[in-house]
Ligand binder design. Sequence first.
Ligand code: PAF
Length: 311
Amino acid sequence: MLTFRMIKSLTQCLRGYRSSGLRVGFVPTMGFLHAGHRALIDESVARCDITVVSIFVNPTQFGPNEDLDRYPRALEADHELCRKAGVSMIFMPDAGEIYPPGFQTHVEPGPVAEPLCGAVRPGHFRGVATVVTKLFAIVQPDVAFFGQKDFQQCAVIRQMVRDLNLPVEIVTVPTVREPDGLALSSRNSYLDPADRVRARCLSQGLLAAQVAYGEGEQDSQRLLAIARSLMNEVDQLQYLELRDARTLEAVQGLVEQPAALCVAATIGPTRLIDNVLLIPPPTALSDRELELVSHVMGRQATAGAQGSPPL
Ligand code: PAF
């Protein structure tokens, strides 16, 4: 496994592999890797000849009062996880390599970035879209892998790839969960033991709504009420919303097309997000929707923890 800090040496090395026709998979991360990242890496290693993992805590996607300075870091453990998983290259630039003096161009996503986290974290998706575009330009992967837990991030990146004709396939890998349902996240490390217990209620609410939907409840308001009724242990519910799984437009009335039930909440000082998909039975879906479902669902993640229950 090779480690690169400089763009030039990484691109030189990758050029050699690409010219031999090898398929390059890419897993962009901010480090502090866990089984959720491992599921992305495993998917890349299974599908591609070369897997590149980037570790870069991107300053432009953090707001002024957010956790950039205290974002958890564990470089040695990250290397170990990557080595064991069969990663070919780690790219870990410093901020000056990605944003050199004089940097001034940004990627501004459209309406898909406005609701949910976009409303609570102004500028966040502009930072994500900019750094992901730069990383795609540097690595030039055939396929890039993102976790379903960051559902809006996946939607923003898919839209950006379509709009800008970026030559990369985007694969979304299902959320990996702790045995009690909590979605894996680097930010779970901020939770003290009491907050960790309270954090369970997010996935419990989402999964209860998903089960109700599977049993025939289609009314969006009743599904939201089921989820909300189990989430009363959070300190602040920033949003709990049902959104169209592709456009992220709000779903009103009956859930008849693939939808995402998305939540963001604070528990003590920690902000967590999570989501589940509500997918109508295959016979009710058009070919376009079936294609979306197969992209979004991928295969269920089982790496040491439980994935979402099959729909
Ligand atoms: O999901 C993340 O870890 C980050 O948003 C990403 C995609 C690596 C961009 O900084």
